[in-house]
Each structure stands twice: as structure tokens, then as C-alpha cells.
Design a protein around this ligand. Structure first.
Ligand code: BT5
Length: 257
């Protein structure tokens, strides 16, 4: 089915997410459009989808390859949480996305701290939460029907798509509807029972219990032990436990972020 706002909204089971929804052809970045809408007062849950992005971005200004066939989606959020807790939003989103992918395709999607979706040990997608003031924009990038060999050469061997895994394309309309539903559920659950969200994240995590090197303001090496109540990663190092709020986790020596 073709990805249009009407197709997605027909049968959409969410309360807020995607109730206002625009689907574009090619844009610079859906996060940019969502931000403009938020600044004009768009309500929580307003969603922006593009079939293709020319300036898709990841964390720390890194580029996000966004050819046609992927799900490139941004949400306007007005979180009822103190700003210190906003790092949990990305965590909750990735749990929701993983649950939705599993429901629709059965693919065993796993999570890597902070906001990565992993399948077959490769990157399936990620979430970028930007907080320019007063509201948050959550950008979701999911390689749904993007064959990894159409991605830029430098990421090809580290990326995977649902269609690569399944051997056939997924229905983007169904996937988007399920994703909005599960993301809403897990985002809402954060305000009620954050421990439940963190516990679900832990169960899907590939990061915990492993030796890691964390690239942040400084490089920390040790065993990733847990994620705390604020979504920070706790690493057991030779000098004792360290808490990391932001960074990239490398699970192997030769990995690059
Ligand atoms: C992320 O950043 O994983 C967050 C990506 C969020 C993208 C969405 S798409 C909709 C919305 N609009 C935007 O402009 N952005 C959001 P990070 O953890 O920094 O990962 C970026 C790194 O992943 C890059 O440096 C590459 O190594 C790799 N990468 C880039 N494109 C990829 C792709 N399509 N699949 C897998 N890996 C990719």
C-alpha cells in the first residue's frame, strides 16, 4: 500500500500520535519540519513523514542516509516530564519501535544504548531526540524497505533493513500504524511507571553485561552493567562504577560509531 496520510490514519489506533500527520515526498529533514510546526503551536503527537530525506541527521550532527523505502518520521512531543528525564524518551521510543517491528514482521529487534535498533548485529534504525526549548522533536529512522547495499558504502556492512532480514518488503502503512501505537504506549508509560519501560528496554538490550568502550566527553572502558532511572548507562570500570549520560557505545574494539 502506498504511504499516504489517509492510508495511515484509516485504522490508526492511537490517541494523539499521528492524529495530525503530513506525508512529504523529498525533504531536507523531517525533524526540521516538525520543529517549525512545534514552534507554530502544533499539538503533541503531530507527525511528519518523508519518503526521502536529503539532509537526514543522526546524533552529534552525523548524517543519516534516508533513501526511498525507509520510514523517516518525526513527532512533536510536549513531554510532561522534567527535562532531566528526557533522555528516557529515546529509550521508550526504541522499545515501542522494537515491539512494533516484532508484531508486524516477527524480526527479533534488539536495542543498543542509547537509541539504536539492532537486527542481526547490525543497525536497523535509530532515534534522535532534539529539545530546542519547551518541546521535544523525536525523529525515528527505520530501514524498513531499504536494501543495505543501496546505502553509502561506509555504512553498508554495518546496516540492515527489515526487507533484508525477511527477504521481502514490509507493508509500510501497517508498520507505521503499529509503530505509532507502540511508541505512544511506551511514551505514555514513562509518566506512569518508568521502571516498567526501563525493564522492557533491559530485556531487549544487547549492551548490558558486555565489555564496552564508551565514547563521550571522555573514553570509558568497562562492563556495561545497567541503565539507571534517568536512562544513563552505568559502566563498571577498574576505578569503580561510572555513569554515562550521553555517548556512543562500541561493543567491539574495531567498531566505529
Ligand atoms: C541515530 O543517530 O541513530 C538517529 C537517526 C535518526 C534519523 C531520523 S530519520 C527521521 C528524522 N529526521 C532526521 O533528520 N533524523 C531523524 P546516530 O546514533 O548518531 O547514528 C548515525 C550513524 O549511523 C551514522 O554516523 C552512520 O554511521 C550510521 N547510519 C547513517 N544512516 C544509516 C542508515 N540508514 N542505516 C544504518 N546506519 C546508518
Amino acid at each position: 500500500m502506498v504511504l499516504t496520510a489517509a492510508a495511515i490514519q484509516q485504522g490508526l489506533r492511537t490517541q494523539r500520535l499521528g492524529r495530525q500527520l503530513s506525508v512529504y515526498g523529498r525533504v531536507d529533514s523531517t525533524n526540521g519540519i516538525a520543529r517549525e510546526l512545534a514552534e507554530q503551536g502544533a499539538p503533541e503527537g503531530t507527525a511528519v513523514i518523508a519518503r526521502e530525506q536529503t539532509g537526514g541527521r543522526g546524533r552529534l550532527g552525523r548524517p543519516w542516509a534516508s533513501p526511498p523505502g525507509g520510514l523517516w518520521l518525526s513527532l512533536v512531543l510536549r513531554p510532561p516530564l522534567p527535562v532531566e528525564d528526557w533522555p528516557l524518551i529515546g529509550l521508550a521510543m526504541t522499545v515501542g519501535i522494537a515491539v512494533a517491528c516484532e508484531t508486524v514482521t516477527n524480526a527479533p529487534v534488539r536495542l543498543k544504548w542509547p537509541n539504536d535498533l539492532v537486527l542481526e548485529g547490525r543497525k536497523l534504525g535509530g532515534v534522535l531526540v532534539e529539545a530546542p526549548g519547551g518541546f521535544a522533536i523525536a525523529g525515528i529512522g527505520l530501514n524498513s524497505n531499504v536494501p543495505a547495499d543501496t546505502l553509502p558504502e561506509e555504512i553498508r556492512t554495518r546496516a540492515v533493513s527489515l526487507s533484508d532480514h525477511l527477504g521481502h518488503p514490509v507493508d509500510l502503512v501497517t508498520l507505521t500504524q503499529e509503530l505509532l501505537l507502540e511508541v505512544e504506549r511506551h511514551y505514555d508509560l514513562l509518566s506512569i511507571d518508568r521502571k516498567a519501560v526501563i525493564e522492557q528496554w533491559r530485556r531487549k538490550a544487547v549492551t548490558l553485561g558486555r565489555r564496552v568502550r564508551v565514547l563521550g566527553p571522555e573514553v570509558i572502558e568497562g562492563v556495561a552493567e545497567s541503565v539507571d532511572d534517568r536512562g544513563a548507562l552505568v559502566v563498571r570500570t577498574e576505578a569503580g562504577p561510572r555513569t554515562v549520560v550521553a555517548g556512543d557505545v562500541l561493543l567491539r574494539e574495531f567498531e566505529t560509531p
